[in-house]
Ligand binder design. Structure first.
Ligand SMILES: Cc1ncc(COP(=O)(O)O)c(C=O)c1O
Length: 433
């Protein structure tokens, strides 16, 4: 009856099931992975949105429906202005609006690849993109990101040799997330230049997801724009209101097209056709965008302040935890904790909990929810290849919530570092936070 591409295992993960169970029983869940600004006490996006909606209610244009398949021209012009401010030439005639960044990926996969073709995604990474590709019948291949060595900064590098070795005649698209989620690394300009050469040589397109680009961590800056201009391979830049304005509910995102004019124009015409088949961007939502974008700086200032205060507070807590490291990051909304495994003192000593078991124990014992690194394909090894676990946290949550997350983590991490966590795993302990 159903297409093979929808033959997923829909069984919820144990973690998802236990969270749902706790919530259904009315028990405490301290959500340490929440990145929904509206739920994290980020106020400016909502205030600006309310103002925008008040204006929209009085605007007679809101009652008309004259859709443009590429999306409202006023919005594309506003975006062109923002890109021009950062030295990027992405004019209004070079962008297409979509209903969210996920839809932008779907449109691009349809534009660039046929079922059975391959797309190349970075690993570690956020699992959503593989699902989106599989929904279009594409085969997903991963290429590795390599962590910097000790003292070599925060920037993970693309393993371009591994990528190049894996490309074949079915390869169509290479995706980069810049800055990456969850590592928080910008793509190194040297990697980008090599990637562009590889893509151009092999006739592949590049997709760069820049949703977190405005959120550089204090002391870091995003590298300058690529100098490729009209040269290089066909390139697509993605971003959206969900992160740029902290307003996921607006469901407006965009694709900017860069590269050689002939390819670019062909791509835009075809994308317009795809977008016209759906006309999925609500003109009401789109018409709010120029006003919202004009207040982008205020919104981002609030979000950046939250991220920076939380990163500093978390770093302060982690400094006192033996065997735990907060991985440095150049940007983004997430933090990665690395927990070293204690050396086994005796052969019969129980093995330290793996990430999954740790995260389940944390939830059961304290109500605190964090993600295991495995959810993002973070290898359970450190830079030197020693086994460790990774925990991923949101830096957007309220400071008070972050401190409750840290309070929950502290005793369990102390047990881990003393090599005691496995025997003391008790599902029955009541919340202590
Ligand atoms: C790197 C990245 N791109 C895109 C998205 C999805 O964005 P949107 O809400 O616009 O679909 C996410 C979601 O968190 C993300 O992490």
């Amino acid at each position: 009856m159903f297409a093979r591409r929808t033959a997923w295992d829909l069984t919820p993960t144990e973690l998802a099931e236990r969270v749902a169970c706790r919530r259904a029983e009315g028990r405490l869940v301290v959500d340490g992975v929440d990145t929904n600004p509206g739920r994290c006490g980020i106020l400016r996006p909502g205030e600006i949105l309310r103002e925008g909606l008040d204006r929209l209610a009085r605007d007679p244009r809101a009652l008309r429906y004259e859709p443009d398949p590429r999306g409202d021209l006023d919005v594309r012009e506003a975006l062109a202005g923002l890109y021009a401010d950062t030295g990027r030439s992405l004019g209004a005639d070079r962008s297409i609006l979509t209903a969210g960044t996920s839809e932008a990926y779907a449109h691009l996969f349809r534009l660039l690849a046929d079922p059975g073709d391959r797309i190349h995604l970075p690993s570690p990474g956020y699992g959503l993109f593989a699902h989106l590709a599989e929904l279009e019948g594409l085969e997903v291949a991963s290429y590795p990101l390599r962590e910097p060595g000790p003292g070599r900064g925060a920037r993970w590098r693309l393993d371009l040799d591994a990528l190049a070795a894996d490309l074949d005649e079915r390869s169509r698209v290479i995706v980069t997330i810049d800055p990456h989620n969850p590592t928080g690394s910008f793509v190194d300009p040297a990697d980008l230049a090599s990637l562009a050469s590889i893509a151009e040589e092999r006739g592949l397109a590049l997709i760069t997801d820049e949703v977190f680009t405005d959120y550089a961590t204090e002391g870091h800056a995003r590298p300058g724009p690529s100098e490729l201009g009209d040269a290089g391979p066909l390139r697509f830049v993605l971003s959206g209101a969900s992160k740029v304005l902290g307003l996921p509910q607006i469901k407006v995102a965009w694709i900017g097209v860069e590269g050689p004019p002939a390819l670019r124009n062909d791509a835009l015409a075809r994308l317009e056709f795809v977008a016209d088949a759906f006309l999925s961007v609500s003109p009401l939502a789109a018409s709010l965008m120029p006003f919202l974008l004009a207040h982008r700086d205020e919104i981002q200032t609030e979000i950046r302040a939250r991220l920076s205060a939380n990163r500093a507070a978390l770093a302060g807590r982690v400094a006192a935890w033996e065997g735990v490291e907060l991985l440095p990051a150049e940007a983004g909304w997430h933090a990665i904790l690395r927990v070293r495994r204690p050396a086994p003192a005796a052969p019969d000593r129980p093995r330290s909990l793996d990430e999954e078991a740790f995260v389940l124990a944390l939830l059961d014992r304290t109500g605190v929810l964090v993600h295991p690194g495995g959810l993002y394909d973070l290898e359970p090894r450190d830079r030197s290849g020693r086994p460790c676990k990774h925990l991923v946290l949101s830096l957007l949550i309220e400071p008070d919530r972050l401190s409750r997350v840290a309070d929950g983590l502290e005793p369990l991490l102390a047990e881990t570092s003393a090599g005691l966590d496995a025997p003391s795993l008790r599902a029955s302990d009541e919340p202590s936070v």
